[in-house]
Design a protein around this ligand. Structure first.
Ligand SMILES: Nc1ncnc2c1ncn2[C@@H]1O[C@H](COP(=O)(O)OP(=O)(O)OP(=O)(O)O)[C@@H](O)[C@H]1O
Length: 256
């Protein structure tokens, strides 16, 4: 069975236009007495051009969920789909290609290469894939992130917020099916974080980018279209157009 045909079998996402999807995803670390069930059957759809925040208490499985969905880690059971393709059945080389060509990543620590300029960092994933940048896409991403006047600078010459904007541009320029962001504002002050979250929201609206963001911060989650709440390896709540207060209330109910 090819990876493509497996995406339309009965266990596949009902809505094959989803940018990403999870079906009954499970992940257990370790075995026997030391086994830790980090995901216990997570099903979710991430529609195209939507911005979802994944929230939950520490240890609830947020990072594990993102890693399994993005092909950074392998689930123990269930299926993860990127653009309708079941990535849980892929071999290592195919999975590497999916991560390189179809997924973008933004991490708390920016992960820029210090010896490269901002522009070289942004174009690095395309260079590694032997692809050329679509000039219109590059201009749209750079314009949306307002970093046009910083392209010749190296990371050390940029503020934290500017570095994270470069990292977001690097994630967006390949036109990935989905961008996964893990605590993208965790290392930034609140004002810089707000600017960055506005950029993420705009990239969703203006560039049609699908974004899945793991965060602890109810204010960060309020920039998303939807917040999924994880607890003990399961999705236990979903908030549409979440406000920071609504997210805080849902988190408090969870803690209680
Ligand atoms: N490599 C690992 N080996 C063993 N257990 C792990 C591993 N990674 C995560 N876990 C466990 O799996 C559970 C979920 O962890 P995960 O990091 O996904 O949670 P999280 O919600 O992202 O937490 P945090 O908000 O603290 O980052 C926790 O109980 C954690 O201790």
């Amino acid at each position: 069975m090819t990876a493509h045909s497996s995406a339309v079998d009965r266990s596949g996402p009902r809505d094959t236009t989803s940018a990403a999807a999870a079906r009954d995803l499970t992940k257990t670390y370790g075995t026997g007495d030391t086994a830790v069930p980090a995901l216990r059957g997570v099903t979710a759809d991430f529609g195209r051009a939507t911005f979802t925040a994944v929230m939950g208490p520490s240890g609830s499985g947020k990072s594990t969920f993102m890693h399994c969905l993005a092909g950074l880690d392998r689930p123990t059971g269930g299926h993860a789909y990127i653009g309708g393709q079941d990535i849980s059945v892929l071999g290592d080389r195919e999975l590497t290609r999916v991560r390189r060509d179809r997924v973008g990543f933004v991490f708390q620590s920016f992960n820029l290469l210090p010896t490269l300029t901002a522009e070289q960092n942004i174009l690095l994933p395309l260079d590694l894939a032997g692809r050329r940048a679509d000039p219109a896409r590059l201009a749209a991403v750079v314009g949306s992130l307002a970093i046009g006047d910083r392209l010749g600078h190296r990371p050390a010459e940029l503020s934290g917020g500017q570095q994270q904007r470069v990292a977001i541009a690097r994630a967006l320029v390949t036109e990935p099916e989905v961008v996964f962001a893990d605590e993208p504002t965790g290392a930034l002050d609140s004002h810089t974080a707000a600017t960055l979250l506005s950029f993420l929201r705009r990239s969703c609206r203006e560039l049609g980018q699908t974004i899945v963001m793991v965060t602890h911060d109810p204010i960060a989650a309020s920039y998303a279209d939807r917040a999924l709440l994880l607890s003990d390896g399961l999705i236990v709540d979903e908030l549409r157009e979440p406000t920071a207060d609504a997210v805080l209330g849902a988190m408090r109910r969870l803690a209680a």
